[in-house]
Design a protein around this ligand. Structure first.
Ligand code: HEC
Length: 278
């Protein structure tokens, strides 16, 4: 009994496969009307007449079929192959026959190189020094330019930006370049002054170099303190006083308290304001 069922099933599925195969044969697509057809597009590009101008054009024609229409960059098809009002750039013209066969051609339009003769871009810049110590990087520059339009600004050759404001700068000399819409440039040099160390700070810095820096420097920063970086002396002045003047909770240097004259220098600097300039 079981065997018979299997044979019947196999016969049924074989018939199904044949049926599908046969019905497929009757659905064959019609022959491709474009096979062997070549639609060739050619044309004359005319570049924009001015730098950045939009009066360029492409006059395209095609062969290889009838009822030809034309499209620019996959836009709407039109009966004329003449496209006007174009800026510099790459363009693809597609031509299509009434049978729907297509061909394409790419055209490149370029603007004339702008002339900078007679363009005089004047850049002025003011510098604001940064924070209260020599290694501060909070200085800024504010630049503006006259003499042309579409100005963007760059500092020391970095990428151009829309505003003339540059911040987070260390003390030093900078070149600001202003560039107009045509790439014509003007430059100026501006200096962010380094803050000047005052006499009280300088005295403290010297005593720290002599008494503390051997254990607090770029390679060994005991207690997280590196006195080789001047800003750290200012930031941590209260800890310096606690350890080196008040011996609280224990004296720094650990081997023995500072001489009274050195303690007095730290106190005098803090009393004056504890700034880099004091
Ligand atoms: C012989 C090495 C040595 C010398 C010299 C030394 N220190 Fe220290 N310092 C340490 C060590 C070790 C620590 C971490 C242990 C501690 O805090 O006591 C430390 C930690 C510190 C701290 C951070 C802890 C806190 O209390 O805030 C400060 C501030 C400090 N020292 C200031 C100084 C000053 C100022 C001098 C010089 C007047 C000095 N040290 C000289 C070894 C030294």
């Amino acid at each position: 009994m079981k065997k018979n069922y299997v044979i019947v099933l196999m016969l049924l599925s074989a018939c199904a496969i044949i049926a599908i195969a046969c019905s497929k044969g009757s659905d064959d697509p019609p022959a491709d009307p474009c096979s062997g057809v070549t639609v060739a597009v050619s044309g004359t590009p005319t570049n924009p007449s001015t730098p950045g101008g939009t009066n360029g054009s492409i006059n395209a024609t095609a062969s290889g079929g009838t009822g030809l229409t034309y499209s620019l960059n996959n836009g709407t098809f039109q009966s004329s192959g003449n496209f006007t009002g174009l800026a510099a750039g790459n363009y693809t013209v597609t031509a299509r026959t009434s049978a729907g066969c297509t061909g394409t051609q790419t055209f490149t339009l370029t603007s004339p190189t702008p002339s900078c003769s007679g363009v005089n871009i004047i850049v002025t810049a003011t510098a604001t020094p940064g924070g209260a110590c020599s290694s501060s990087t909070t200085g800024s520059i504010n630049a503006s330019a006259t003499g042309s339009t579409g100005i963007t600004y760059s500092i020391d050759g970095a990428s151009y930006q829309a505003t003339g404001t540059f911040s987070n700068l260390a003390a030093g000399s900078y070149t600001v370049t202003a560039k107009d819409v045509n790439g014509c440039t003007g430059t100026t040099t501006v200096n962010i002054a380094a803050p000047v160390a005052g006499p009280l700070f300088s005295a403290v810095r010297t005593l720290i170099v002599n008494n503390c820096q051997s254990c607090h420097n770029n390679s060994i920063a005991n207690g997280g303190m590196n006195w080789q970086v001047e800003c750290n002396i200012i930031t941590n002045k209260d800890r310096i006083k606690a350890r080196a003047v008040d011996n609280n909770p224990s004296s720094m240097p650990p081997s023995g308290a500072l001489a009274q004259a050195d303690k007095d220098k730290i106190t005098a600097w803090l009393n004056a304001g504890g700034r880099y300039s004091d």
